[in-house]
Design a protein around this ligand. Structure first.
Ligand SMILES: [Zn+2]
Ligand SMILES: [Zn+2]
Length: 147
């Protein structure tokens, strides 16, 4: 019962990727990402995603306004928000409700860029938000290419 722990419904805000991690705790940063307006930004401490995929299902087509979704899978602890994670909207597509109830989708509440699909144990990030490194954006396409 929820009454046993009144704060349980907010506990997710204190765990990765919402828990702010920095410095030695987080380790080396391989990638940074941000939404179109820049209000939401994050960093990743893992170079290669656990997996990457294109999804052509009609749900992804509608929600992304695109022929397919390009997603890269990471552990939640691989990511930490650097700005603006309080300014995100959540959407549980299976119930068509705007709630943070996993699995659900997260978007920037200002520019509405899709930030991630958050599962119970992993997150699916959208590589279009990830900034290139010194090798440019070609490296993003190579590293995050579906295998
Ligand atoms: Zn934004
Ligand atoms: Zn899909």
């Amino acid at each position: 019962m929820a009454s046993e722990n009144p704060s349980a419904s907010e506990q997710w805000q204190h765990e990765p990727p919402y828990k702010i991690q920095g410095g030695d705790e987080f380790g080396a940063v391989y990638w940074t990402g941000s939404c179109q307006c820049g209000r939401v930004s994050y960093k990743l401490n893992r170079e290669k995603p656990l997996d990457a995929k294109y999804c052509h299902c009609t749900g992804c087509q509608v929600l992304h306004g695109a022929p397919f979704q390009w997603a890269a899978i990471f552990h939640k602890s691989d990511m930490t928000f650097t700005h603006g994670h309080q300014g995100m909207d959540f959407y549980k597509s299976s119930e068509k409700k705007r709630v943070h109830d996993l699995p659900c989708k997260a978007t920037c509440s200002y520019c509405h860029s899709p930030i991630m699909d958050e599962g119970r144990n992993v997150i699916l990030l959208f590589p279009g938000l990830i900034k290139g490194n010194e090798k440019g954006n070609a490296d993003v396409r190579r590293v995050f290419k579906p295998r």
